[in-house]
Design a protein around this ligand. Structure first.
Ligand code: NIG
Ligand code: ZN
Length: 403
């Protein structure tokens, strides 16, 4: 079965091989997005084993026939967002912590223990329901690929459970046993013993359910891990066959970025505090800098300067980091608006960072662009141009197209 989609006023492909159509409204402002104006797309295939794929893209007046057709009536279409950083397997409520921060309380990672307790307490069915609700919330805002981390179980049984549940909804699962040292392990020698567990029994039990290993590398937090501890976790994960990602430089300057680059991590996420050496290291590397503006919004930390990264030639992605502590929003459109308003990105840069940038951060080339042969993961904007995404901030105008 094939489906023809017409009535696409602006098709944003994020494909560098598609030359941005010139001489039309907003041509300069959407440069780099590979725009096809007044376009049509044909989607085909799709079975139990394979996702529907894009079969044809082009001007609507040249579109081939298909088994059935829908007319979007003049909307914009773009690749579904790739949210490459999220923590969705958790229970409990930390809205009071957010409220306290708004009146000056700093964030230090200490609240993770509260979520750990609530998550361990929750049954599988409750966690599965919460997870499904959060993934649904993301789809309803245009996200079609999401990475999900463990990190609120912090013992073997509950870390495995988190990854098993996450695996039910995405192949992009990340083992984050090294999120913080859990409170019951913080006595003398407990820290070392916890790291032994993370790099030994816990990793062995979690690896079958994970693609990635991650670590909260943050010497500024007493709860998280310093450079040497983080290196140990990442190397153990790599030896177990996992690929690497890092939480780095969130609360202060630190070794996270340099370590991620040295070990060839796919992405280092947060990058709130960057030295010139960090930017230089990222620029010459295969490591993406993933910015998480919802965290700066929700912790009142300073927004990093994305311009500095783009000017240095760093690969940049945008993600939500949706989690109960530092960013409770699952909205990629909000991240785009914040990146434009607060981080110095142009709308086109932010849209690329949220699509093809996220795909790079996950080392995926089948998502993040609209291209013949790729997955038909499309998002529809209830407006004639994608520029409306940051412009109409807070208004739910983007959704994943169900095909
Ligand atoms: N920084 C570490 N982990 C999460 C926050 C976790 C929490 O506070 O619950 C983050 O990415 O910001
Ligand atoms: Zn995170």
């Amino acid at each position: 079965m094939s489906m023809l989609i017409t009535g696409i006023r602006e098709l944003v492909t994020c494909d560098d091989t598609v030359e941005n159509a010139r001489g039309r409204t907003n041509a300069d402002l959407t440069r780099g997005l590979g725009v096809v104006p007044d376009a049509a797309v044909v989607i085909g295939g799709g079975s139990e084993d394979s996702a529907p794929a894009v079969e044809w893209i082009g001007p609507a007046d040249q579109a081939p026939a298909a088994d059935w057709a829908i007319d979007l009536g003049g909307k914009a279409v773009l690749p579904g967002f790739v949210d490459s950083h999220a923590h969705l397997v958790f229970a409990g409520d930390r809205s009071a912590e957010f409220a306290a921060r708004m009146t000056g309380q700093p964030y230090d990672g200490g609240g993770i223990a509260l979520t750990m307790a609530a998550t361990r307490e929750a049954g599988d069915a409750e966690l599965r329901d919460l997870l499904a609700k959060r993934v649904g919330e993301m789809r309803s805002q245009g996200t079609t690929t999401v990475e999900i981390k463990s990190g609120y179980g912090l013992d073997v049984e509950h870390e495995v459970r988190a990854l098993r549940l996450a695996r039910e909804v995405t192949p992009e699962t990340t083992f984050l046993g090294a999120h913080v040292v859990p409170p019951d392990r913080r006595g003398a020698g407990g820290r070392e013993a916890y790291l032994d567990l993370v790099c030994g029994e816990m990793l062995a039990a979690c690896a079958p359910y994970a693609r990635w290993v991650d670590v909260f590398c943050e010497p500024a937090s007493a709860h998280a891990f310093d450079g040497e501890e983080s290196r140990r976790v990442l190397e153990a994960g790599r030896d177990a066959g996992l690929e690497l990602r890092v939480h780095g430089n969130q609360l202060g300057h630190g070794p996270g970025v340099q370590l991620a680059v040295e070990l060839g991590a796919a992405s280092v996420d947060h990058c709130t505090y960057l030295s010139d050496e960090d930017v230089e290291a990222l620029a010459g590397s295969g490591t993406v800098a993933t910015l998480l503006p919802g965290v700066e919004f929700s912790t009142r930390q300073p927004y990093p300067d994305a311009r500095r990264l783009f000017d240095a030639g760093v690969d940049v992605a945008l993600a939500t980091d949706c989690n109960p502590g530092t960013c409770s929003s699952s909205s990629m459109p909000l991240m785009i608006a914040l990146a434009v308003r607060e981080m110095g990105m142009t709308p086109a840069e932010a849209l690329r960072a949220a699509t093809v940038g996220g795909a790079r951060a996950l080392r995926r080339d089948d998502v993040g662009r609209i291209r013949v042969g790729q997955r038909a993961d499309l998002a529809v904007v209830d407006a004639p141009s994608v520029l409306h995404i940051p412009y109409r901030v807070g208004v739910p105008i983007v959704r994943a197209l169900e095909v």
